[in-house]
Design a protein around this ligand. Structure first.
Ligand code: UDP
Length: 145
């Protein structure tokens, strides 16, 4: 999910391009201002931590771009593309390493496991919003000879 700083800074296209260029397949994407209730569920694991309320307020402040990207090891690949939580520990070449400096406003959220991804997809999307489609050229990205 591209966070409000990614939207406000005009980085939506650049961030999406990282996932497309890598070869992950887009299954769903939308643009919305999330409710407090949705964010409380999304960040449930962080409830009670000092950064929780400011985090919810910041994500609620602007529209965000939730997305679903599919592919082998998609969760691990996405986390690698995104980089570490703290952008100062994120190497160049990662989204946070290249475009962010601050831990809270680190541009993008990525699910940290397949289980979290399933839970989060369920929270953010209706089943009918997930588009199954065949991508021409997938054999050049996904298959070994
Ligand atoms: N965050 C924060 N302060 C912290 C740790 C996290 O503001 O000390 C924010 C930051 O935006 C981060 C989000 O809370 O992306 C969720 O934290 P998590 O540890 O799940 O990091 P992520 O999986 O996003 O790298």
């Amino acid at each position: 999910m591209i966070k409000p700083d990614g939207v406000q800074r005009g980085l939506v296209g650049k961030i999406i391009a990282r996932f497309e260029e890598k070869g992950l397949k887009l299954e769903a994407l939308k643009f919305l201002r999330p409710s407090e209730c949705l964010l409380h569920q999304h960040y449930a694991e962080h409830q009670g931590k000092s950064f929780f309320e400011p985090l919810v307020k910041y994500i609620q402040s602007g529209p965000v771009v939730p997305m679903v990207w599919q592919g082998p090891d998609a969760v691990k690949i996405a986390r690698t593309l995104i980089g570490s939580t703290n952008p100062s520990q994120s190497p160049p070449g990662t989204i946070r390493g290249d475009m962010a400096v601050q831990t809270q406003k680190n541009l993008i959220h990525g699910s940290d496991s397949v289980t979290s991804a399933e839970r989060e997809i369920d929270l953010w999307f209706d089943n009918k919003e997930l588009i199954g489609w065949d991508r021409d050229g997938d054999k050049w990205v996904l298959e070994s000879a």
